[in-house]
Design a protein around this ligand. Structure first.
Ligand code: ZN
Length: 193
C-alpha cells in the first residue's frame, strides 16, 4: 500500500492511535524507506513538543530523524521546494489550520504523512486529526498493549489529575489501555477526584 516510487498525484496518509502505539516509529520507517528510494523528505513537528531534542523527531525507542519545529502549520510552506514527501509528527498539537495546509500540499502533488493521537485522555476525538483522517487517502490505526490486561490498547489513560487535554512531555502520567480497562479507570477516577 505504501509504495515508495514517486506518486504522480499528491496524497495524504494518516498514522493514528493511542500513546505508545508506535505512530512515530511508523512515520520514521516510511520516511527512511522513501529516502532510500532517493526521494526528498522533510519532517515537521509542532514547536510545543520539546521532548528529548529540539531539532529531531525521536520515537520512544530512540529512533531519530532530523526535523523542523514550527509553531503555525502555514510555516510548512517555507521549506517544501523540491520536496517530495512531508512528514508531520504530533499533529494533534497543531491548530485546525493544519487541515487546509495538508490539503493544499497534497493538491500540489506532495505525499503527506501525518502522525498524531486520534483521541485525548477523555477518549474524545483530538482535533485536528478527525478532519485530516476524513480527507486522507490512507488511514492506519496503530495499537498499543493494555498495561492492565495485555490485550490490544486503543486509549491513552491518564493516571495523574490535570485539566489539560494532554500534558506535554509527561508520558509517565499515561498508560495505554483497552476500551474496557480505560472505562474502568475513568469511573474509578470519577469516584476518587
Ligand atoms: Zn485492558
Amino acid at each position: 500500500m505504501f509504495l515508495e516510487p514517486k506518486a504522480d498525484n499528491g496524497r495524504i496518509e494518516v498514522i493514528t492511535g493511542s500513546m505508545f502505539s508506535g505512530k512515530t516509529e511508523e512515520l520514521l520507517r516510511r520516511i527512511k524507506r522513501a529516502k532510500i528510494a532517493g526521494q526528498k523528505c522533510v519532517l515537521y513537528k509542532p514547536i510545543v513538543d520539546n521532548r528529548y531534542h529540539k531539532t529531531a523527531v525521536v520515537s520512544h525507542d530512540k529512533n531519530t530523524l532530523e526535523s523542523i519545529a514550527v509553531k503555525n502549520p502555514e510555516e510548512i510552506f517555507n521549506w517544501i521546494d523540491g520536496i517530495d514527501i512531508i512528514g508531520i509528527d504530533e499533529a494533534q498539537f497543531f491548530n485546525v489550520a493544519l487541515v487546509e495546509v495538508v490539503r493544499r500540499l497534497a493538491n500540489m502533488g506532495k505525499r503527506i504523512i501525518v502522525a498524531g493521537l486520534d483521541m485525548d485522555y477523555m477518549g474524545k476525538p483530538f482535533a485536528p486529526m478527525p478532519e485530516i483522517m476524513a480527507i486522507a487517502e490512507y488511514v492506519s490505526k496503530t495499537n498499543a498493549i493494555c498495561v492492565v490486561c495485555g490485550k490490544l490498547a486503543s486509549h491513552s489513560f491518564r493516571t495523574a489529575k490535570s485539566d489539560k487535554q494532554v500534558s506535554l512531555g509527561a508520558e509517565n502520567a499515561y498508560e495505554a489501555r483497552c476500551r474496557k480497562c480505560f472505562n474502568k479507570g475513568m469511573s474509578n477516577q470519577a469516584n476518587l477526584f
